[in-house]
Every structure is written in C-alpha cells, then in structure tokens.
Design a protein around this ligand. Structure first.
Ligand SMILES: [Zn+2]
Length: 217
C-alpha cells in the first residue's frame, strides 16, 4: 500500500513508521509545526529517523496555530507537570490539531496518489485529547474516504493500544527509542516531569524495557 504517515518524531508514530515499513508498504511521512514549544525537537527526531530509513518527509508549517489557546503554544504559559491523564493536562490540548493535520494530509494524499493515511494516536490519548478518540477518528475516516476521489483510507492501528504495548512492539521492530522525542518542553533533554515525559517513563517501566531516554529530572 502507498501510505502517507502523519509523523511527529514521537515514540508512537516512530513505532508505527517501523511497523509500516516492516510490512513492506511504500511509506512517505508528513509532519507539522504549529508553534509548539517541542516542535523543533520533534522535527529533528523525525528528520534523523527518516534519513536513516531513506523515507521522504514533507513538513507543513501551520503558523496560524501559534495563536491557538494551549500551553503547548502559549509562550508565557508553563507546561503542566504530572500524570498524562490528569485534569491539568487539558491545557496541553491544541484545539482540533488532529482534525487540521488529517484534513491537510487528505489533500496531499489525494494529490500525490496515496492509498491511505496513517496516524499513531493511542488509547492513552483518549482521555484528554478529543480528536484522538474513536468517536472522532471513525467519522473522520468516513469523511476522508467520502471526500476523496481515490476513497483514501485513514488507519490508526494503535488506537486500542496503550504506550506500554507500543513500546513492546517497538522492541520487536528494533526501534531506536533514544532518537524519538516525547517531551512537551522543547529543551535539550527530556524534562522528565511534564505529562508526556511522565507517561513515557512509566510505560517503559511497565513494559519491562530499559529506557534509553536522558531526563533532566
Ligand atoms: Zn517533558
């Protein structure tokens, strides 16, 4: 299958990239920057891994989203710390981010003759992020299929898996976890205390897999 993979450089979408390649798909990646504090580090990770795999990458800059109300984009607001599925993490939602990224991806996929779009949304995202839930992704799949001449598919193979299961799959696929970026704070190292780092840390422990990530705390 000819696949356009929505790829951030994060752990989940990297494991999915390796899975798609191992299944002999023809894969290209598309990534987005939207004024997020971590976008630069994510992009570096994504580029590094795409180069290593000889996979094409297109980056779309969504500058207008820098004005969206989110702790990820507000320069004068700290990223909340704590558990990934805690109430204060709602500030890390970027309004309709997946809806916007998937709509653009559908147009690119139709233009360039792709059969499907893939996204690494997983079960741990459901609680906080409305546009990662099956209730959103299922109708979005219908909308992309009905809205494209080629009836392009939207595939989210991880949407019933948690990060622990994704890490175990990544081990089988020889994913270089140390080159993936998870932290919402875009520092030199993973901060270790934001919700996203917290989930990453705990998932490696739950998976029984050595975590190669260097954390500040
Ligand atoms: Zn962090």
């Amino acid at each position: 299958m000819k696949i356009l993979h929505v790829y951030s450089g994060g752990l989940d979408s990297t494991v999915l990239l390796y899975k798609l390649i191992s299944e002999k798909n023809e894969v290209s990646t598309i990534g987005f920057t939207y004024g997020g504090k971590h976008n630069r580090k994510e992009s570096e990770s994504a580029l590094k891994i795409c180069r290593r795999l000889w996979v094409e990458r297109t980056t779309i800059h969504l500058n207008f989203m820098a004005g969206f109300d989110s702790a990820l984009t507000n320069t004068n607001e700290e990223i909340p710390t704590g558990h990934y599925q805690a109430e204060n993490m709602r500030r890390t939602v970027v309004p309709f981010r997946n809806g916007i990224m998937l709509s653009i991806s559908a147009g690119v996929a139709e233009s360039k003759g792709y059969d499907a779009i893939t996204i690494g949304a997983h079960a741990g995202d459901h609680y906080i992020y409305p546009d990662c839930r099956p209730q959103f992704l299922d109708p979005m799949e219908d909308a992309i299929r009905e809205g494209t001449e080629k009836r392009i598919r939207l595939i989210a193979p991880f949407y019933n898996m948690d990060k622990t299961e994704i890490i175990r799959l990544g081990v089988d696929l020889n994913v270089p976890f140390e080159d993936t970026w998870t932290c919402y704070n875009g520092g030199d190292l993973h901060c270790g205390v934001c919700g996203s780092c917290d989930e990453r840390k705990k998932s490696f422990i739950a998976a029984g897999v050595a975590d190669p990530t260097r954390y500040v705390a």
